[in-house]
Write a protein that binds this ligand. Sequence first.
Ligand code: SF4
Ligand code: SF4
Length: 104
Amino acid sequence: MSIRIETDRCSGCGRCCEVCPGNLIRRSADGKADIRRRQDCWGCTSCLKECKTGAILFYLGADIGGRGSVLSVSQKGDIKIWSVTDPGGNVQKIAVNSKESNQY
Ligand code: SF4
Ligand code: SF4
């Protein structure tokens, strides 16, 4: 598993760098996030959930049936919108209220 960072959408906030448990993301000289040792990413999705600009794309590989689709997250208030985009550009969205999802 791995991620890709769309630098044109990256605000340089650094949140992804702080939460990556493998310390795999750093800010490069231009202040944008950059992943190193991409092969060491184990797909925890922590960076994805923290990114407020939708700059991080998470590959859904063939091994989990994703066939090259990518997952991204955006947020409006308490609502997180999870989007899956397939290689043909088709998008499926799932909206989750983060307040309700934390109630057990
Ligand atoms: S998915 Fe997890 S391990 Fe991979 S880069 Fe993001 S925070 Fe790090
Ligand atoms: S969390 Fe998103 S916007 Fe912030 S530095 Fe990381 S990729 Fe860029």
